[in-house]
Write a protein that binds this ligand. Structure first.
Ligand code: ATP
Ligand code: ATP
Ligand code: MG
Ligand code: MG
Ligand code: MG
Length: 264
């Protein structure tokens, strides 16, 4: 309904363009983080293995790979637990860089894929209710800000995983929840590692990278067979596919040098 007398309400929409400041050499890159709503409950109702349910993490990674496939401007993603951060290339003009459009698209697509793929990762378990995800935009004005952001999220992954690993080992060995919480209160990183080693014979460093480091997704060009010709020979094409990588320190210069697309 163009030129309707009611159209003036459009001017009441919130302005939320993430400015493209390339000219000022301040390329505000767009980053979207989604996070499962009340996944403490969702993980309980769906009997996730504690502290880390591998199938649930694989499902999360698979949904994020689908997000990378759906939105060409996303160049990198990092996630763990019930969260994922998606980094857009700095020159992106996707949806005129409007934050609300972009974050709602990413979250709704992610949630829809999560439900669609549930059966693939939990063939024996019914999806008891519909999950939902919050999302927000963070604008990163320099590679340093993005590096700090990634360091922050990966530290959170590490600290949570270390705490949860100790907590669930204690609870599974017979402690009550409050006893385990009391014992872990105010303990440092080193003390938690020692507790795991001396009490349970677990060397924290040998736990799966998927749990300790979280997961990264990059787009890589890979050759794929798309069909076979009349002689039965494979017809190959270069496709951009999401590739899963684990790394100890995703904010480190060495990691960025290995993956120059991060500077993109
Ligand atoms: P909010 O709505 O504020 O995000 P939340 O309960 O989702 O609430 P988070 O801080 O996001 O709080 O924590 C996610 C929760 O989901 C954690 O408590 C974690 O135990 C659980 N969880 C997520 N993924 C897994 C998994 N793969 N295995 C086991 N537990 C998981
Ligand atoms: P955009 O991404 O810009 O929103 P769009 O194709 O979704 O693009 P809309 O203006 O939102 O554009 O129009 C929605 C389209 O979906 C219409 O063209 C309409 O034909 C189609 N559509 C939606 N619901 C129905 C329905 N119930 N029956 C038939 N067609 C429908
Ligand atoms: Mg959550
Ligand atoms: Mg979370
Ligand atoms: Mg539409």
């Amino acid at each position: 309904m163009a030129n309707s007398k009611y159209e003036y309400v459009k001017s009441f929409e919130l302005e939320d363009e993430v400015m493209l400041l390339i000219q000022l050499n301040l390329p505000n890159l767009i980053l979207v983080r989604i996070d499962g709503r009340d996944f403490s409950r969702f993980s309980q109702v769906h009997e996730f293995e504690k502290p880390n349910d591998e199938a649930a993490l694989n499902l999360l990674n698979s949904c994020s790979a689908a997000v990378l496939g759906e939105f060409p401007d996303i160049i990198f993603a990092y996630g763990y637990s019930d969260e994922y951060s998606f980094v857009f290339k700095k020159t992106s003009r996707f949806y005129q860089r409007r934050a609300s459009k972009i974050l709602s698209l990413v979250a709704s697509f992610f949630a829809a894929v999560y439900v669609t793929k549930w059966k693939e990762f939990f063939p024996q378990r019914k999806l008891e209710y519909t999950p939902s995800f919050t999302s927000k935009v963070v604008s990163c004005a320099s590679p340093e800000v993005l590096q700090a952001y990634l360091a922050w999220r990966q530290q959170d992954c590490h600290a949570n995983n270390q705490y949860e690993t100790c907590f669930w080992m204690l609870v599974k060995s017979g402690m009550t929840i409050s006893e385990a919480q009391e014992l872990l209160k105010d303990t440092q990183k080193q003390q938690k590692n020692e507790l795991l080693f001396h009490k349970f014979g677990i060397n924290y460093k040998t736990l799966p990278e998927l749990f300790r480091q979280g997961s990264c997704l990059f787009k890589k060009k890979v050759e794929e067979t798309v069909k076979h010709d009349e002689n039965g020979n494979p017809v190959k094409r270069l496709r951009r596919k999401a590739v899963l990588v684990h790394s100890e320190n995703i904010a480190a210069r060495s990691f960025w040098n290995e993956h120059p697309s991060l500077y993109n």
